[in-house]
Design a protein around this ligand. Structure first.
Ligand SMILES: Nc1ncnc2c1ncn2[C@@H]1O[C@H](COP(=O)(O)OP(=O)(O)OP(=O)(O)O)[C@@H](O)[C@H]1O
Length: 519
């Protein structure tokens, strides 16, 4: 059904000059931040722009070049190969009007982040950027500040509201047994608290900091080590400084609440070996209430922490793992990882969930890469999954045939139709991102990076520009055959011809691996 929806013609994109943070170093390549726009009333908060973000003016459907001329930020210093990855893309961040003076344009920022050090806990400072998106329909003028995920009206979370007020009233007080001890409750077992001890920080994203915890009593083998994803609340909502009678805060709070509830409710409903598991939560209200933040705030005077207790992936994320070995991952392992990823996405799509943020950073390895490689000759090889797909902060439940409008995702992985702001089939945008991932693993660079040996002009061209023109090609694999190539060629393609997840699943490359799995 969605294929019948025609996108606009390929946009004309004007390339303009930008400022370089270090013009003296020819090795530094710029990642480009396209300026997109959806709501003419939207303005940008200059303080919200990540210092490493780069904006390049593009003539995409909604922003005039004159407006875009006014926007300049420092370069993102990125080397677009795994050898020297410094930052990689961050999801699009949308800045609602907030209290800023109104500007003639509205914007959707695609910001950069991704320092592989973040996953190695090398004092990576949490990035203050926020994820997200713009909507095709206008946001209320009162919607303030930069916020996490912005659910749309049509994307409201599916929450179990059956318990609501009573549950909240009768909830047991949390035990306070030291700041390194986490009290948590398993999903649907909210009467029995369990305890974990903090070990270390294992990752940080725009919306959360992730820690490794070990179980205090060690009774449940599966729960011995867990990842605890602690939600970072938007600065504006931290502490008790804000005035909850002000509509801009109320709006921000309800968007945050809706987004968080959606992520939790989807995660709670999923059960697949290749998808990260939500074991529990530090406070049952987050899973039980239809309005957890408001309920908890009224009791706590301020936002209480939200700690999601999840399955732990000791190998960290695939981007960092690939960077650690300069992207040199053997073909059998690429095939294995990609086949598992295909199973995960197939499961999601069959469960009517779209992920919308598929990328190397969100593919977690169950064990460190050398351990996985060592498992090749072990009996466990086919019996255990190697990856888990994580970060459901932008996911959405869809109805059959439903098109989405929220413009969200991460710069290098975003499909042309999302970029152009037309209603899109989220399943096809997910398979586009799968094509980007597989290309990245094969070529050790992302498909819409400036080409190797790029001219200055090519380097300056925005990623969005290349995406909108389907401008990618093979380099390492130009003269070599592989069954993997057909997947990339059929996913980094126009939506009318693009493969769905079942096509990928049926491809020789994936089928060969999947038919051997015993998990
Ligand atoms: N279950 C886990 N096991 C091990 N590491 C994890 C786990 N979950 C997350 N991490 C690490 O923490 C990082 C951030 O997690 P996640 O992507 O869920 O956070 P986020 O704030 O939603 O990020 P983003 O800014 O991409 O939206 C991951 O890239 C990964 O390195």
């Amino acid at each position: 059904m969605s294929d019948k929806v025609q996108g606009p013609p390929t946009p004309k994109i004007h390339q303009q000059e930008f400022e370089s943070a270090d013009k003296s170093n020819p090795k530094l390549q710029a990642y480009h931040t396209p300026l997109l726009s959806a709501d003419p009333s939207t303005n940008k908060d200059p303080s919200s722009v990540h210092p490493h973000s780069l904006k390049v003016n593009t003539d995409l459907p909604v922003a005039s070049s004159q407006d875009l001329d006014q926007q300049k930020t420092p370069l993102s210093l990125v080397i677009s190969s795994f050898e020297n990855v410094q930052t990689l893309p961050t999801p699009m961040a949308y800045t609602p009007p907030a209290l800023q003076p109104r500007s003639p344009i509205d914007q959707l920022h695609v910001t950069k982040r991704r320092d592989p050090n973040r996953a190695r806990n090398l004092n990576a400072s949490p990035v203050t950027q926020q994820r997200y998106l713009s909507e095709l329909f206008p946001l209320p003028d009162s919607s303030g500040q930069r916020i996490t995920s912005l659910p749309t009206v049509s994307e409201a979370a599916t929450i179990d509201t059956s318990l609501d007020e009573d549950t909240v009233e009768n909830e047991k007080p949390l035990l306070d047994i030291g700041e390194d001890i986490l009290t948590g409750y398993l999903v649907d077992h909210y009467d029995e608290p369990l305890y974990w001890r903090k070990l270390n920080e294992i990752g940080t994203g725009n919306f959360s900091t992730v820690f490794c915890y070990e179980s205090v009593d060690q009774t449940h083998p599966e729960l011995r080590q867990v990842a605890v994803k602690r939600i970072k609340y938007p600065e504006e909502l931290r502490g008790n400084k804000w005035d909850d009678s002000e509509s801009k805060y109320t709006e921000l709070l309800s968007r945050l609440e809706s987004s968080l509830s959606r992520e939790l409710s989807v995660l709670k409903s999923l059960n697949h070996p290749c998808v990260v598991k939500l074991f529990g939560i530090n406070n049952p209200t987050f899973l039980q209430s239809g309005k957890p933040l408001k309920d908890l705030m009224s009791k706590n005077r301020g936002l209480p922490p939200c700690d999601m207790i999840m399955s732990y992936c000791a190998g960290g994320d695939l981007l960092t793992a690939a960077a650690d070995c300069n992207g040199k991952i053997e073909m059998w392992l690429i095939q294995r990882i990609f086949a598992e990823l295909t199973l995960a996405v197939k499961y999601l799509h069959e469960s009517r969930v779209i992920h919308r943020d598929l990328k190397l950073e969100n593919i977690l390895l169950k064990y460190p890469l050398p351990v996985l490689i060592g498992m090749k000759n072990s009996p466990l090889f086919l019996q255990t999954n190697f990856i888990e797909l994580a970060d459901f902060g932008l996911c959405k439940r869809i109805e059959p045939g439903e098109l989405s409008t929220a413009r969200c995702g991460s710069e290098d992985y975003v499909s042309p139709e999302i970029l152009m702001g037309v209603p899109y089939d989220g399943r096809l945008s997910d398979t586009w991102a799968l094509g980007v991932i597989l290309y990245g693993l094969l070529e050790r660079r992302l498909p819409f990076d400036p080409p190797p040996n790029a001219t200055a002009r090519q380097r300056n061209r925005a990623t969005a520009h290349r995406i909108a023109r389907y401008d990618w090609k093979w380099y390492h694999w130009a003269n070599t055959d592989s069954t993997a190539k057909e997947i990339v060629e059929n996913t980094l393609a126009r939506k009318t011809n693009r493969w769905m997840i079942d096509n990928i699943h049926e491809s020789q490359f994936v089928k060969e691996a999947v038919t051997q799995f015993a998990f």
